[in-house]
Design a protein around this ligand. Structure first.
Ligand code: F6R
Length: 246
């Protein structure tokens, strides 16, 4: 089946559409298992979901979540950890039970075991119903950098220089020297097993990655292209990110 590509006017419309899809999923199945990403792109969607939950339009009481990745060496109290990000942007503002939110522990005594336990817990929960993704400038998904295997599982990965630079441009870390060089990341195989994938891309900085992901061949050079054959995959872009695919 081909990818369902949705091009919307701007970032706000992308956030709303993504929130609509998550709301529909949770209403259809209150005990949904959701996969989440961090980064700038999904922030608007999380703000939307928080507002809808506060307004009583949707409840996350029965939901379990898994996050894609975490920096190795950062604990959940660190303000650049992805656990902190998720609590701050979403979990603290919705009615989800905190113990049903799963973010890899960046300071686990045995990071390899942490990755294995994460995979086992996804299986024990019945698999992910819908995984929300962003895309890196180099086409990465989660921290699966170019060259990652299509069947890769949750593991310790090394960040590329381009990702370290992108994450220290002032939005998150202020200085590349502060960015951990390693992370724990769900694999491409892990992500592909989700029953539904929703990938968001906004801004002209993503236009080349979006083109490679959608119009290029399925290739290790662009990890997001490895999702092309997923049978329930929606790619939501704003006009700037879609500039090179129309
Ligand atoms: C983070 C993640 C990453 C980001 C990507 C884009 O959990 O999965 O792959 O989605 O680096 O980041 P932003 O949205 O900040 O451009």
């Amino acid at each position: 089946m081909s990818v369902n590509v949705v091009v919307l006017e701007n970032k706000a419309a992308v956030a709303k559409k993504a929130a609509d899809m998550i709301e529909a999923q949770v209403k259809a199945k209150p005990a949904s298992v959701l996969g989440f990403a961090t980064g700038s792109t999904p922030e608007g969607c999380y703000a939307e979901l928080a507002a809808r939950c506060k307004a009583g339009k949707v409840s996350f009481k029965g939901v379990a979540t898994f996050n894609l990745d975490e920096y190795l060496g950062l604990d959940g109290e660190h303000d650049q950890s992805y656990r902190y990000f998720m609590n701050d942007r979403l979990f603290n503002h919705i009615d989800i039970r905190p113990w049903n939110t799963n973010v890899l522990n960046g300071v686990a005594a045995d990071p390899g075991f942490e990755c294995l336990a994460f995979e086992r817990k996804i299986l024990a929960c019945g698999g992910v119903d819908l995984w929300l993704l962003g895309i890196g400038n180099n086409g990465h998904i989660a921290f699966n950098e170019p060259g990652s295997a299509p069947d890769s599982r949750t593991r310790i990965v090394r960040l590329t220089e381009s990702t370290i630079k992108a994450n220290s441009d002032g939005r998150f870390f202020k200085n590349p020297l502060e960015v951990p060089h390693y992370a724990l990341s769900a694999g491409i195989g892990t992500i592909r097993e989700a029953r539904e994938i929703v990938l968001l891309a906004t801004g002209d900085g993503k236009a080349d990655a979006v083109k490679a992901a959608l119009k290029g061949p399925m290739s290790l050079d662009c990890p997001a292209s490895l999702l092309q054959k997923h049978d329930n995959f929606t790619f939501i872009c704003d006009k700037a990110a879609a500039a090179k695919i129309s």
